[in-house]
Write a protein that binds this ligand. Sequence first.
Ligand SMILES: Nc1ncnc2c1ncn2[C@@H]1O[C@H](COP(=O)(O)OP(=O)(O)OP(=O)(O)O)[C@@H](O)[C@H]1O
Ligand SMILES: Nc1ncnc2c1ncn2[C@@H]1O[C@H](COP(=O)(O)OP(=O)(O)OP(=O)(O)O)[C@@H](O)[C@H]1O
Ligand SMILES: [Mg+2]
Ligand SMILES: [Mg+2]
Lengths: 257, 257
Amino acid sequence: MAYVIAIASHKGGVGKTTTTVNLAAALSAMGRKILAVDLDPQGGLTVCTGIHPDSLEKTIYDALKRQKGGESIMLATKFGADLLPANVDLALIEIELVNAIARERRLAAVLNPLRDNYDFILIDCSPSLGLLTLNAMTVADGVIIPVACEYLAMRAVRGFVKFVRKVQGSANSKLEVIGILPTMFDKRTRHAQETYKELMNAFHPQIPVLPYIVYRSIRFAEAAEAAESILTYAKAAPGADAYRDLAKFMIERYCPE
Amino acid sequence: MAYVIAIASHKGGVGKTTTTVNLAAALSAMGRKILAVDLDPQGGLTVCTGIHPDSLEKTIYDALKRQKGGESIMLATKFGADLLPANVDLALIEIELVNAIARERRLAAVLNPLRDNYDFILIDCSPSLGLLTLNAMTVADGVIIPVACEYLAMRAVRGFVKFVRKVQGSANSKLEVIGILPTMFDKRTRHAQETYKELMNAFHPQIPVLPYIVYRSIRFAEAAEAAESILTYAKAAPGADAYRDLAKFMIERYCPE
Ligand SMILES: Nc1ncnc2c1ncn2[C@@H]1O[C@H](COP(=O)(O)OP(=O)(O)OP(=O)(O)O)[C@@H](O)[C@H]1O
Ligand SMILES: Nc1ncnc2c1ncn2[C@@H]1O[C@H](COP(=O)(O)OP(=O)(O)OP(=O)(O)O)[C@@H](O)[C@H]1O
Ligand SMILES: [Mg+2]
Ligand SMILES: [Mg+2]
């Protein structure tokens, strides 16, 4: 029975997609069966696997509309994980499902039949608090909140945590906050150190700040362009360790042998 | 009669808020009357002006619901521009307005009575293609699309341009694409140079790539924390010139004496 993780934050550009692709790759490399789900109309996760979103006949949009058929849209990736891809059609879902019954449980209907085939299901969320992110948080067992080590990203955390608490109080009482993943930590700047300290002071341990720091490195953007994970593109890059260590932590904690 | 500009992209973290605050400050410093509008439930623009979003009784949310009252929520900023602030309440609007008539024209109803008091109105959009961004694009005369000089941001441009074309074909036929503003250009990396070249090849001149490059500099994050614009916090920072030059361009083009 897969453990489902939402990688989410309404703050944009904090490393949600980068975390999803690299965590999926690290977990796959450690022998786990992984399904990655692109739940962002930008199709960033789909792009990171080298697939052109606009070339796809069917995507997660079709499965959400029919509330089934995850297998019929599934693609294999070179990282070893399976992928449910997305493209800009997904932006229509918010409008089309507005009056549907249990509209926040559409993704659950698509993913639940697949859970027995995987150890983890990772969902890359769009930077918003809309219906798509709500769907992810409703089906998820846990949420990882990437936070860039910069002031504006840090200020946005409190708002997102409020949203998580609302979901825990209504649609999904068992949703666990796995923690905040500090990302884009630029070792060269005082600003990153200070923001990291503020994150620790403001949130830890009520909201755990995970002890893995993803350092800023241009290799991440280059790896996305090469449709590779950081683990193969630049395994010695600062920041690659964080995803390996996070994957080990996830396996120890959620895959009891 | 103010020229209204939406600063928009569904890609997150590309510098929308940073562009809005620094362009507003540069235009104000050049003697223009500016209204800045925070249309993102994150309240990033509001935070950049030193105001705590959660401390506000009234925000743009209230004005959108009542379709009037921009003046009653307006705040002065130290940059010289006026501000219509936002906080997380704004996230409710998408759900509450779903069945309202002409729901994409709510912001127009709030801004139109104010247009005669300003030279420019700048709207900071959230990273999504939802109702809020549609409201901004419906009332705007022009749109500026910040694009970080990194692969994933570049790949997201085509999807956003499709959205703009849809708006031009329906809700706002006079919406002009002012251009793509290249941001976060890291001079030290080959990746930025290559992405910039690809931007030029893929879009210019159908979608003009503006001749102002905002270079990557930690001073932008520090300025946000200090609630200052880059023009006063670090006027010699690489990247500050781009906002000064962009402001001059806007005045020459849209403020005929
Ligand atoms: N640790 C890092 N160091 C440097 N660059 C990074 C790092 N992690 C991600 N990036 C780059 O930063 C940009 C933003 O990352 P990413 O797209 O993963 O964020 P996101 O939160 O998914 O964005 P969105 O909100 O648009 O979905 C991308 O160009 C990515 O390649
Ligand atoms: N030229 C730049 N160089 C370095 N950092 C920058 C630059 N411009 C903005 N930043 C920083 O990058 C982060 C993202 O910028 P910003 O918040 O303005 O983007 P955004 O597009 O408004 O994000 P969102 O999609 O969440 O609304 C912020 O921490 C900001 O301080
Ligand atoms: Mg993403
Ligand atoms: Mg912003």
